[in-house]
Design a protein around this ligand. Sequence first.
Ligand SMILES: Cc1cc2nc3c(=O)[nH]c(=O)nc-3n(C[C@H](O)[C@H](O)[C@H](O)COP(=O)(O)OP(=O)(O)OC[C@H]3O[C@@H](n4cnc5c(N)ncnc54)[C@H](O)[C@@H]3O)c2cc1C
Length: 373
Amino acid sequence: MLAFNQLSYWERALYIHDNTFVIVGAGLVGMSTALSLKQRFPKEKILILERGYLPTGASTKNAGFACFGSPTELHDDLQKMPENTVWETVALRLKGLQLLKERIGLEQMAWRPCGSWDLIGQAQSCLDTAFIEWLNAGFEQNFALKNVYSIDPQVSNKFGFNGFQTSYFNRLEGSLETHLLIDTLHKQCVAADIHFLFDTTLEAFESSTQEVLLQTQRGELKCQHLFLCTNGFSQDYFPTELKPARAQVCITKPLKHRINGTFHLDAGYYYFRDIGSRILFGGGRNLDFEAETTTSFELNQMIQDKLLEKLQNEICPGQNVAIEAQWSGIMCVGEQKKPLIRSLNKNVHAGVRMGGMGIAIGSAVGLELSNLV
Ligand SMILES: Cc1cc2nc3c(=O)[nH]c(=O)nc-3n(C[C@H](O)[C@H](O)[C@H](O)COP(=O)(O)OP(=O)(O)OC[C@H]3O[C@@H](n4cnc5c(N)ncnc54)[C@H](O)[C@@H]3O)c2cc1C
């Protein structure tokens, strides 16, 4: 592979020289940041560095849920975080989702306003009806959104599930096709004259008052501002505030059993949706937190077996479920669910810790990052 100092005059002019902004990470947040920067500074040169030959984190591997909070998850969050932080985080997700819809277009990402169901198992405690009413009042007061959540005890009958006593329906969540979203973002970046160098890893950087010197495995380059959009791969920069969280997913072969929507269970630790006649099912990180705190893309067989078992017994009872593909991706979590958007110094900025909800929140993070300069 050619080092930067072996490139032609033309190649250096195009990719290496005079970059005002360099963004590390070609995921949802990196590309959203680049587009927001381009809107504010149309004449400045922008380069995105990506270590993989494809984006290699979470943005091309996720489940395509456009979610901003299920009742059981928000209930959990309220036990761990101050109420105003929970509402601020929801506000950022709603803002990001709106931005995403405007930027990408509903058709381009196959947006489906199907709603979502938060499923409650037989052994699980139900939430108080008063809590659902309190959440609805909060959404109305903070965001002028009425009756976001309702109780749907008929969910198992409706979709032929086994073992759920009730559910909480969120009428505003939906699904999209992950590959269409990422492809549209990429095309928009290229159309906006934003350049990409794939297979190029940022290894170190050093900033002075005027510029940042970046070290990659292909050589050095400089920029005025560096943006770290490296989500689950950011522990070196923020050792105590975040950690990687691997997520396991599988997708079935076509099934006779039809569902229509997005579903969460066990306070968001499992999730599934239909994709045509297939079901995508993911989660189970809570079965082995220690092993899943990793940036390695291996499959965890114990968790994959559990996904299949749940699919077979709870989601498609009585059917023979065959798995077509399995994969994993790397998310980023921390004690705080709010994303970490921060300048490390005058020239280096980070937008990381999407907490597994980057689809909704990613565009808002990109916008806030672009406003740091
Ligand atoms: C299986 C799975 C299911 C998910 N489902 C959903 C869902 O349904 N809804 C939802 O909202 N969210 C979901 N998420 C989370 C969502 O995908 C993420 O929050 C979002 O994609 C994060 O985007 P990002 O750009 O911050 O990070 P990433 O997409 O991880 O991008 C970071 C990029 O940085 C690159 N990089 C890292 N270090 C370097 C370096 N040193 N040099 C160069 N490049 C580097 C990586 O290769 C990577 O491409 C899911 C995640 C996974 C893994």
